[in-house]
Write a protein that binds this ligand. Structure first.
Ligand SMILES: C[S@@+](CC[C@H](N)C(=O)[O-])C[C@H]1O[C@@H](n2cnc3c(N)ncnc32)[C@H](O)[C@@H]1O
Length: 584
């Protein structure tokens, strides 16, 4: 929320929406934060009035402090915290600019390897690689180590926070339930070695390409050379991007040919004008390919739009009849007209199917899945198989007992469906209705009959979770990407003793592991098992865990030695960036 408030104000001042604002990674709450009323009074006092809905009151103090420092008038909030109003003045804009300049200088001073625009000697390809695959210069082993360090850091911080819970939370019960965290050792549980991705290159099954102009002003389909919020608008083709599969590169290249021949201009994000905006590809290992093309249609007549759709269909169908080495077989072609300012595919406008069924299929752990254009599906299939296999292993399903598996944030149902045969029943909850439709069909394609789906937010369907009475109840929560701080906050809440808001016995982490689904990037999955109640006994008797204790002590010693030698990397610095671990 705080980060979003910062980014939101930043995008207002620069008069543009930041690239990240409409990112897939936005939580639904973030997506609901919207500017309601933008007014400019003649005296130049209030420039913007921003209504923030679904306000997270836990972050109120931080946001308020930040806004006051910027010269924004104190924010007013609705009595029930359902929204707040920020009044942002001219003074605030000046303050914002000053702070940004200071921050920019500080960053450039501290990180000599990231030169400023004037002395940046990187080639465009290197800039793009730094942008899209920032770890590409490290060996894969080094990348894994770096990602694992972040996971270790999150887990160590969790232990530290629980060992020192604030005075206000220190009830007798809380102290008892977190007693384990005040034992020796840096880590709260066993931390396994990081698990690599089976594929290191060309693994991204879903790619979203920006359509814009390259450094020579030529219409290009590729990726922005830097962050749009820093004023960068040049696009470079993806031919050197390590994580983009060849097939997606070919689709982008054909689309580039098409727009270079087109009578319509590419969309200009500064002028907010033009036609061609975004290309999305889903290239699955079944060989099926989805292509979604996004255009701004405001300045075109209905007839022009219809003609363009026909031309697109002819163009992509025509590629099927090309000679072998030029042939490209598209399974389904879709179209989105989007006239809003935010960039990238959006769920705010419908997607029209031009050819095919509007879906592609993927195979995963022996099951078949249909994927629609808006549904989430892990973008690295072989690594997702590793993740789901480990996850199923950690669920410790006891075949002699009846188990209900809660697949929370289930997307198209992958986790529940791949595990359905080993449990009594599965309950899947997902907030995107299209994904739930896919999940239901996926269950049926795979002859799974013991699963019930709910198209709701998990937090709104606590009732079905409460009804999940069976001998064993195991929940797998696979939330949208979040940074390590958010994950840590949630872990802390799970492990601290119950409160009015969070009821029931406290959990305790029993093991954790980083699994890499995104080689060459900063991102990584952190899978953590939390247990409570009778399962804590298992944990205490778990020989494996005892053996792990020694490992933890050794690691602790290693870290202390490194710290003593001044070798330890600055973990806080890592975490202040757009990292990182997606917590499971
Ligand atoms: C990382 S994806 C995981 C999907 C699925 N488990 C998989 O591996 O394919 C996270 C999913 O959570 C959904 N989601 C986000 N917030 C949610 C909420 N509050 N309640 C239910 N689903 C949510 C998103 O729509 C997305 O499909």
């Amino acid at each position: 929320m705080f980060e979003y408030a910062k980014s939101f104000i930043g995008s207002l001042w620069s008069g543009k929406r930041s690239l990240d604002d409409e990112d897939d990674n936005d939580t639904p709450d973030q997506k609901r934060i919207r500017s309601e009323d933008v007014s400019r009074d003649g005296e130049g006092e209030t420039l913007h009035r921003i209504k923030v809905s679904n306000f997270n009151k836990n972050e109120w103090k931080k946001v308020k402090k930040y806004l006051l420092e910027l010269g924004c008038k104190p924010m007013s909030k609705a009595p029930k915290w359902d929204y707040g109003i920020i009044n942002a003045s001219v003074k605030a804009k000046d303050e914002y600019n000053k702070r940004m300049e200071k921050l920019h200088n500080k960053k450039n001073g501290r990180k000599a390897q990231k030169p400023g625009a004037e002395d940046d000697t990187r080639t465009p390809a290197e800039k793009l690689a730094d942008q899209v695959t920032p770890l590409y210069k490290l060996s894969y082993e080094e990348q894994l180590k770096k990602k694992n360090n972040k996971g270790v850091s999150v887990m160590a911080k969790l232990k530290g926070q629980l060992a020192n819970i604030p005075k206000t939370d220190r009830t007798e019960r809380a102290m008892k339930e977190t007693e384990w965290s005040r034992t020796k050792g840096r880590l709260p549980c066993k931390m396994y070695d990081p698990v690599p991705s089976p594929d290191i290159n060309g693994y991204r099954t879903k790619c979203e390409f920006t359509i814009g102009k390259d450094l020579d002003g030529k219409p290009t389909v590729g990726f922005l050379l830097g962050l749009y919020k820093l004023g960068i608008t040049a696009v470079l083709d993806p031919k050197d991007c390590l994580n983009v599969p060849d097939k997606a590169k070919r689709v982008a290249s054909y689309m580039q040919d098409y727009i270079r021949d087109s009578e319509y201009p590419v969309y200009d994000r500064v002028e907010k004008d033009g036609v061609w905006r975004t290309l999305m590809t889903k290239t699955q290992r079944t060989g099926e390919v989805m292509v979604v093309i996004q255009m701004k249609t405001t300045n075109l007549t209905e007839e022009q739009v219809d003609n363009e759709k026909k031309k697109l269909v002819e163009f992509w169908n025509g590629l099927k009849d090309k000679p072998e080495d030029e042939r490209l077989d598209i399974t389904t072609l879709l179209f989105q007209a989007w006239d809003g300012h935010s960039n990238g595919m959006t769920d705010k406008a419908p997607v029209e199917v031009l050819t095919g069924d509007g879906i592609v299929h993927e195979e995963l752990l022996g099951c078949k899945f249909r994927i629609s254009s808006s549904a989430f599906f892990q973008i690295n299939t072989p690594a997702a198989e590793v993740l789901y296999t480990k996850c199923a292993e950690w669920c410790r399903i006891n075949k002699d007992r009846k188990t209900t598996l809660l697949d929370l944030c289930c997307g198209t149902g992958t986790i529940g469906i791949t595990m359905a045969k080993s449990v009594d029943r599965v309950i899947g909850i997902e907030m995107v209705p299209e994904a739930i439709e896919d999940a239901k069909l996926n269950a049926s394609i795979n002859n799974i009959t013991n699963v019930t789906y709910y198209a709701n937010k998990v937090e709104d369907r606590i009732d079905v979770i409460g009804d999940a009475t069976n001998e064993d109840v195991v929940a797998v929560l696979d939330p949208p990407s979040c940074d390590s701080r958010q994950a840590l906050g949630n872990f802390y809440t799970l492990c601290k003793a119950s409160s009015k808001r969070v009821q029931g016995e406290a959990f305790r982490p029993s093991r954790a592991m980083t699994i890499d689904l995104f080689p060459h990037t900063d991102h990584c999955e952190l899978m953590v098992e939390f247990v409570r109640g009778e399962y804590l006994k298992d944990l205490e008797q778990d020989e494996d865990a005892k053996a792990a204790e020694k490992l933890i002590q050794d690691k602790q010693k290693e870290v202390e030695e490194k710290e003593a030698n001044g070798e330890n990397e600055n973990e806080n610095e890592n975490e202040s960036k757009d990292d990182t671990s997606d917590a499971k």
